[in-house]
Design a protein around this ligand. Structure first.
Ligand SMILES: [Zn+2]
Length: 344
């Protein structure tokens, strides 16, 4: 399949309806200052038979690599006759950021995952968000947006679902969360604190606003990709596409066989922030079980006259699911995320 040609197309020229596989360089127009600009943006559309319409996206953050690679691999191995429904694959969503290997676009310094649905704005990130919302999410029943921790954080290898515990929406989505079969399956819920996850303006949020099912992941991070994180991303995407029925794969693991450990990350105390400025030294690591009140990190104040050290205690009991990557941290910056075991 990999020798199939790519075609330049404007958004209006894209063919979502015909049977078969089409590879496009979509021409997205935007403005930079007063100057009109055009970006070419890869999109693969495959329609065959009947089944769900599914959007797969990688590279919403350019410093998270597993999704970009897994979606690209999917494009290369895709056999159209095995698809049931409509499969849309956008491997480098924030393309300028992906090419630069940066979280944000180097053109407009925008975090694309805070810009959805992109109704306002003339810059490249708004243009991408607007196109993805109007042309792709609008046509999809299911959105799979593959994330990792990026340069700032490292996460346990996990599938993610946003939802309120006890809600019918969450109950309906849990099989997909488990089907991903990452070592961990994490349910996120709204936290009122400013800046806390889940954030506003995300692709997932835009999809849910339009009544679509959206699922995501945090597969490692720390600004790098590892063989283990890549394998979880690759297998997770395969398992999910099989679960939804859009791309059946005999090698897929079924929900009932899932090995994922289900966790909940939903309350302010699950997010442990630095109380003071300092150099962060964790005393525990990803996957460790900690008790509330247990010292879990130290902050060394290397600038202070007596090289002071401040102990940081866990604000919650549970499993450490994310850790800051950087040594020096400012007050209020995230140090550790501690998720609690969850049984729906
Ligand atoms: Zn991300």
């Amino acid at each position: 399949m990999s020798d199939q040609p790519w075609f330049d197309a404007t958004p209006e020229q894209l063919d979502f309806e015909s049977d078969g596989l089409r590879r496009y360089w979509v021409q997205l127009d935007y403005r930079q200052g007063d100057r009109p600009q055009r970006m070419v943006w890869p999109l693969v559309i495959c329609r065959h038979g009947s089944g769900p319409s599914v959007l797969v996206t990688g590279g919403t953050h350019g410093d998270e690599f597993e999704g970009q690679i897994a979606a690209t691999e999917l494009i290369h191995r895709l056999e159209p006759t095995r698809v049931s429904g409509l499969l849309m694959i956008a491997p480098t969503l924030n393309r300028p950021a992906c090419l630069a290997g940066m979280r944000r676009s180097p053109i407009d310094d925008a975090d694309l995952n805070r810009r959805f649905p992109g109704l306002a704005g003339e810059g490249p990130s708004a243009a991408i968000a607007r196109f993805v919302t109007g042309a792709l999410i609008a046509r999809a029943e299911i959105a799979i947006d593959i994330h990792s921790g990026g340069e700032a954080m490292e996460f346990v290898l996990s599938s993610n679902l946003q939802g309120r515990p006890g809600s019918p929406e969450l109950r309906a989505g849990l099989p997909a969360l488990m089907a991903f079969d990452a070592p961990y399956a994490i349910v996120f819920d709204e936290v009122k604190a400013e800046g806390a996850m889940p954030h506003r303006g995300t692709l997932e949020g835009a999809a849910r606003e339009l009544g679509k099912f959206a699922i995501s992941s945090e597969i490692g991070g720390a600004g790098r990709v590892t063989p283990a994180s890549m394998q979880v991303a690759r297998d997770g995407l395969r398992n999910l596409l099989h679960h939804f029925g859009v791309l059946k794969d005999p090698a897929a693991r079924l929900v009932a066989q899932s090995r994922s450990r289900l966790l909940l990350l939903a309350r302010a105390e699950h997010y442990l922030a630095a109380p003071v400025k300092g150099h962060f030294l964790p005393r525990c690591w990803l996957g460790d079980e900690v008790e509330r009140g247990q010292p879990v990190a130290d902050l060394y104040q290397l600038e202070s006259g007596n090289l002071a050290r401040q102990e940081v205690k866990a604000t919650s009991s549970g499993i450490v699911v994310a850790a800051a990557r950087r040594g020096p941290v400012l007050p209020g910056e995230d140090l550790l995320y501690i998720a609690e075991p969850f049984s729906p």
